[in-house]
Design a protein around this ligand. Structure first.
Ligand code: SF4
Length: 411
């Protein structure tokens, strides 16, 4: 698909003018944030934004209603969250959050800083679109289904499948070569797209994956792995391989209050942002993990895998987005608290996620009734959107609840 315009993804230095004020997106490679970074984000959200930290579907974070961009830049740079002024928007890297701690064939988190440093070190790669996504999956299959442009998926301790345009390219590479090949693929994408800034993703190039592998001189083998948007998201008590404990936590509609983030900072552990708009608090003794649940569950973090909040995602809606027909987040929250978000009807489908998503229907479907907010009751995973663009819709099997000017359409 050619759009003829460069992507306009927001960053810290280029804010998005949302309907409720400037929005800053902060890249967090691998979703990894240390205690001091959580503290800085919490203070920035409270002092310079609307008081919340939004978690994104790429494991990044964003602040809304930023009223002092210069102060934000200074604070984030001081916390190591803005290591480059030229490359900030290209550092979209997701990695299996539990890698190196629980299961997996290898620890992909060791590769994240290497990949990030390689991106920052190459002046040409500052031209990558802000939409490009890199993924590193340790073999468990949690992030390979996210459709990254360039990714690696462990097939053995020291071997990876190279993923291009969201699928297995058939190319196999060693762990030692993984970062170099991903960086070469990023350069190759820029070469293939040439002067056309409207091609934001590798899939926008015709036969992009095949042409890129060819450009890199990498010969695909006959085997292809299949990836689905899995539902094996980490929630609750998780025993680490080293005997310590991690906690997976859901966040109400992906919006974390600054006060809760300050408590996360006080745990003094690495806390990952997951691409499912959740958190993983790592490396705790059992007694400490028990304390964390005791303090943070009443503050709204979700440690119960059966919570209906985990079934629901929503776009910004009003007042953040001028295109929205209504405040979808308020309506979605009301549906949850009123018990109108029902458990999945097919538990096996919910747990495995191994069902391909239906293509999103377009607006104007004639025979779908329009519902008042209080009449919407949906079972299983659902995404509420303020208009037909359906921003932030997760991959996998999801029911769409789409606002129109006459009520909600459920599809
Ligand atoms: S889905 Fe529509 S209303 Fe929601 S954020 Fe996107 S453009 Fe705005």
């Amino acid at each position: 698909m050619a759009r003829h315009v460069a992507d306009s993804c927001p960053g810290v230095l280029r804010l998005h003018e949302a309907a409720d004020g400037p929005l800053a997106r902060i890249r967090v490679p691998g979703g990894r944030l240390g205690p001091m970074q959580w503290q800085v984000l919490a203070e920035a959200a409270r002092d310079l934004g609307d008081g919340n930290i939004e978690l994104t579907a790429r494991g990044n974070v964003q602040l809304r209603r930023v009223h002092d961009a210069e102060a934000l830049t200074e604070r984030l740079a001081g916390a190591g969250l803005l290591p480059s002024r030229t490359h900030e928007r290209v550092r979209n890297i997701v990695a299996s959050p539990l890698s190196g701690r629980i299961g997996g064939l290898t620890d992909v988190h060791t590769l994240v800083p290497e990949l990030d440093a390689g991106l920052l070190a190459a002046p040409r790669l500052a031209d990558l679109p802000g939409r490009m996504l890199f993924s590193l999956d340790d073999g468990r299959g949690d992030v390979s289904g996210l459709g990254a442009d360039i990714g690696v998926h462990a097939v053995a301790t020291d071997d990876f499948a190279l993923l291009l345009a969201g699928g297995d390219s058939g190319v196999r590479i060693t762990a030692a070569d993984a970062v170099d090949v991903m960086l070469a693929a990023a350069h190759g994408f820029l070469e293939l797209r040439g002067d056309d800034p409207g091609r934001w993703r590798l899939r926008d190039l015709e036969h992009g994956a095949e042409r890129l592998a060819d450009l890199l001189g990498l010969a695909p083998g006959p085997d292809r792995l299949e990836f689905a948007a899995g539902r094996d998201i980490p929630i609750g008590w998780l025993e680490q391989d080293d005997g310590l404990v991690a906690l997976g936590a859901g966040v109400h509609l992906g919006s974390l209050p600054a006060r809760t983030a300050e408590f996360l900072a006080a745990i003094e552990r690495t806390v990952f942002v997951t691409p499912w708009r959740g958190l993983v608090v790592t490396d705790m003794e059992e007694w400490a993990a028990e304390q964390v649940v005791r303090v943070l569950a009443p503050m709204g973090l979700i440690f119960d895998a059966d919570s209906p909040w985990l079934l629901v995602s929503a776009c910004a809606g009003r007042p953040g987005c001028a295109k929205s027909h209504t405040d979808v987040r308020a309506d979605a929250a009301e549906a949850i608290t009123a018990g109108r978000v029902l458990p999945p009807t097919d538990r096996a489908e919910w747990e495995t996620g191994h069902i391909e998503p239906k293509p999103a229907p377009r607006q104007g479907v004639p025979d779908v009734p329009l519902l008042a907010p209080a009449d919407v009751s949906v079972a299983g995973r659902q995404h509420w959107s303020g208009c037909d663009r359906r921003c932030g819709r997760p991959r996998g099997t999801v029911t769409d609840v789409v606002a129109t000017d006459g009520g909600y359409r459920v599809e």
